[in-house]
Ligand binder design. Sequence first.
Ligand SMILES: O=C(O)CCC(=O)C(=O)O
Ligand SMILES: [Fe+2]
Length: 386
Amino acid sequence: MKYEWWTSFSTLVNHYSINNANFSRPKQAVSKFSAMGEVNPEFIQALEHRPKPDTTIEAENIPLIDLSPLHNTPPEKTDSLENLVAEIGNACQNWGFFQVINHGVPSKCREKIESASRKFFALPKQEKRKISRNEINPYGYYDTEHTKNVRDWKEVFDCTVQNPTIIPASHEPDDMELKELNNQWPENLPELREACEEHAAEMEKLAFKLLGLIALSLGLKKDRLNGFFKDQTSRIRLNYYPPCPVPHLTLGVGRHKDAGVLTILAQDDVGGLEVKRKTDGEWIFVKPTPDAYIINVGDMIQVWSNEKYESIEHRAMVNSEKERLSIPYFFNPAHYTWVEPLEELINEQNPPKYKGYNWGKFFATRNRGNFKKLDVENIQISHFRI
Ligand SMILES: O=C(O)CCC(=O)C(=O)O
Ligand SMILES: [Fe+2]
C-alpha cells in the first residue's frame, strides 16, 4: 500500500515540477497598487469567490462550547464530561468548527501576543523583511502569500513551536534528507519572542485537552492520538490584514482547508472569518466572541476519522476601514507521521477512504505552493482519496 502511494505521490509531484519548469519564474509580486493607484490584479478573486461584506449571514453562528466541565468537575460527576464529549462530537460532525470559552488560557497571555503582534506589524517594511521567510526556511515574515493562486491581502509572521523543528529537506518524494528549521525573531522587539513562546505553551495545553475530547467523541481512548506529537511540527502564525480599499474584490485569506490536525484561532473584535456551512455551502460569518478561541478540525482528523469529521473550508474577509489581527496555532504531528484512517474506525462496512501519506512531504509540498504561484492546484488530501 505504501509503495502504491509513493508512486502516485511522485507522479503528482512530478506534475508540479514539469508544469513549473514550463513557466518563466513567477512574477515577483511587488506592490499592492499600480502606478495608477489601482489594486494589483494579483489580489482580485474570481467572481464566484468574491466575498459579500455587506450581506454576511449573522443569524447563525458556529457552536459555542463551555469547557469548564474539564476544569471543575469532581471525578464522580461524569455526566457533564459526557455531555461535553457529545457536544464536541456534534460540533465536529455538523460544522467542523466551534468556539470554546472557559478554556483555561489566561487572558493576559492573549493580550500580550496581540500587543506584541501589533508592534511587529507596525515596524517599517525593511525591518520586517530582515527576517523574511524564504524557500529554505518557511518561518519568518512574509507579505506575498498566495492561496489557491490568488494573492492574499495580508502580512504574516510564522514561528515554530519546537525550536528547532525537523522537516524533510524537500518535497521530492525520493529525497530522504531532513533539515532543521529555526525561528527568526526581530532584533528590536524581544517581547514578540517571549509572547509567542508563552502563547505556544498555553495553546499546546489546550490542544491536548481538545485532542482528548475529540478522541473520546470518536469512541477512542482519550490519549489515542497523543503519540503523534512527540516531535511535533506545530506552529504559530500571526495574520495581519491591513485595511483594503476593495474588500468586495479581495480576501485576506482565500478559501482553504487547514492541512494539520487542529487549529486554535484567536481573532480580534473586528471580525472577518467566514466558514462554509456544511448543510448548504453558505458562507457564515463567525461573530467575534470576547476571549473565545475558534477551533477547527484539520485535514488529518478528516483522514484519521475516515471522514466522520470533515475539515471545512474557510476564508477571511478584509475591511475598508479597520486593520484586523488573527492568531492561529496549527497543531501538527511529527514530520514522519504516516497519516491514514485509524484502524479502530474502519471495518468491512466502513472501508478506508484514504490511502496513507507522509505528513512531512505533504507539508513541504504545500509550502511550496504557498511560496510560489503554481500553475496547478496545490496538494490536497483529496489527491489521496480512494
Ligand atoms: O484570519 C482568520 O480568521 C483565518 C485565518 C486562517 O484561516 C489561516 O491562517 O489559516
Ligand atoms: Fe485556515
